[in-house]
Design a protein around this ligand. Structure first.
Ligand SMILES: [Zn+2]
Length: 192
């Protein structure tokens, strides 16, 4: 099972520390069907890509193993979005460009030029966010009880603009949002 832990480290700093990074240490098993109060054992690392405008490399993801239930727990730093190689801030910046300021696709790609994305790449993120907006609203309602959310719109794009604004203004940082959302919903806000 995957956990997202909040960190202020940049991908570069995280990478530089390697195995010496102060990874979270669980005091008990996190599997809801186990929860044994015995710290899971260190269980090595796996590597994943992390890419933003300043960094492109493979980072270590800390793993633990619970010998009572046989589950593995991995800790993803909050700059990583599950299943995506680009960091959450990069993807959010792209979404803000294309949704919030209503730039053309071409203009957005120009703003993101050091990433070298093809139009389909940006469209993929946009489509995913547009399709996930109702699911994101469900999560936001759980995270912020009493939150006022925009009604479901016929115009998906308009609705998504409003949801994006809440995500970017309602939390101290996008990483805080993503860690809390994942903990609450058990899936990423950009999951298929
Ligand atoms: Zn367990």
């Amino acid at each position: 099972m995957q956990q997202i832990f909040y960190t202020t480290a940049t991908p570069e700093e995280y990478h530089r520390l390697g195995e010496n990074f102060p990874f979270p240490v669980p005091g008990s098993c996190l599997n809801p069907e186990c929860l044994v109060k015995v710290p899971p054992q260190k269980y090595g690392f796996y590597k994943r890509n992390a890419i933003d405008a300043n960094f492109n490399g493979r980072i270590l993801i800390r793993r633990y193993y619970c010998k009572y239930c046989g589950k593995t727990i991995s800790y993803l730093p909050s700059f990583c979005l599950p299943y995506f190689q680009y960091t959450i801030e990069t993807i959010l910046m792209a979404l803000c460009y294309i949704l919030d300021s209503n730039h053309s696709l071409r203009a957005c790609l120009k703003l993101l030029k050091n990433l070298g994305w093809a139009p389909a790449h940006l469209q993929f993120y946009l489509k995913r966010f547009l399709n996930n907006q109702n699911r994101i609203k469900v999560g936001l309602r759980q995270l912020i009880p009493g939150i006022s959310l925009p009604p479901d719109e016929h115009d998906k794009r308009k609705g998504a603009q409003k949801v994006l604004r809440i995500v970017t203004t309602g939390f101290p940082q996008i990483q805080t949002f993503q860690a809390r959302f994942h903990k609450q919903c058990k899936y990423s806000f950009m999951a298929p």
